[in-house]
Design a protein around this ligand. Structure first.
Ligand SMILES: [Mn+2]
Length: 271
């Protein structure tokens, strides 16, 4: 693509799991994507900054600055940007309702599409404990489910206090290769159930680095994917239609940038 290509304007963009500060972050692809995609509202659906990586060793190349600058510039020009923290950028969770550089921080939001359909937007790590113990919880019932979500919060806080890294869903799921598909299915089902509990038509989340749009028992489950491997985003068109964009593929076809190199293989630990 050249500079003559006009950027496309959408009602909303949803992006998650960029992991700025980890070597795996595809800032080059994301910059390209942001160059060609504008929106009234941009939701950053968690794990945008990888606080855990940065705490271990500071890694912040120019590409990370460029992404941040690009987003702040969009905010200055009138794009509403909402930052929903994930587990890797949970330091922001202490600041719900605050603004920085024109960016709002929220724990979760309910977004109404142009066609009136309502979607719950959250990162998704809230359900890690539930996914890991799904079978046991199904047996124990509702109270155990609520307790597990509470335990997840406490466990994360304890691990943080002890300086332990946050438990990683995708790293864990990939270790258990044979069952990984089941765990992804379990995660999707549980998040869809949360949408049902909130009386909305759909849910948009990230966390498991597995972009998809599908119907799960009447709930529209949408996952934004990531910018460490697949380079995906969800866009809402002006009529409320949602579309999954795989920018890694488009960019490669258009020969804008090089294909993801061996770096992509190192990204397994990121979610
Ligand atoms: Mn995450």
């Amino acid at each position: 693509m050249t500079d003559t290509v006009q950027s496309k304007h959408f009602r909303t963009l949803f992006i998650s799991d960029v992991h700025l500060g980890s070597k795996a972050a595809r800032t080059d692809f994301l910059l390209d994507f942001l160059r060609y995609h504008d929106a009234d509202t941009i939701f950053l659906v968690g794990d945008i900054i990888d606080g855990w990586r940065l705490k271990r060793s500071w890694y912040w190349p120019q590409g990370c600055n460029d992404v941040v600058q690009k987003l702040l510039r969009k905010a200055r020009k009138g794009t509403r940007i909402v930052y929903i923290p994930g587990n890797h950028d949970e330091f922001l969770r202490s600041f719900p309702g605050t603004h920085f550089g024109g960016i709002e921080v929220a724990d979760r939001v309910i977004h109404e599409m142009a066609d009136g359909k309502k979607y719950l937007v959250l990162h998704g790590d809230q359900f890690d404990v539930v996914v890991r113990n799904a079978r046991l919880l199904a047996y124990l019932g509702d109270w155990a489910y609520d307790a597990a979500i509470a335990i997840n919060v406490v466990l994360a806080a304890v691990r943080r206090r002890l300086g332990m890294p946050y438990w990683s869903f995708s790293a864990w799921a990939k270790l258990q290769v044979k069952h990984a598909v089941n765990f992804i299915g379990e995660f999707q089902r549980i998040v869809a159930e949360e949408a049902r509990r909130n009386h909305v038509e759909g849910v948009i989340c990230g966390h498991i680095h597995h972009a998809v749009m599908e119907d799960i028992e009447g709930i529209h489950y949408v996952n934004t994917g990531d910018w460490v491997e697949s380079c995906t985003a969800i866009v809402e068109h002006h009529d409320g239609r949602l579309e999954l964009i795989t920018w890694g593929q488009i960019a490669a076809t258009a020969e804008i940038t090089m294909l993801p190199g061996p770096a992509a293989a190192k990204n397994m630990q990121a979610a």
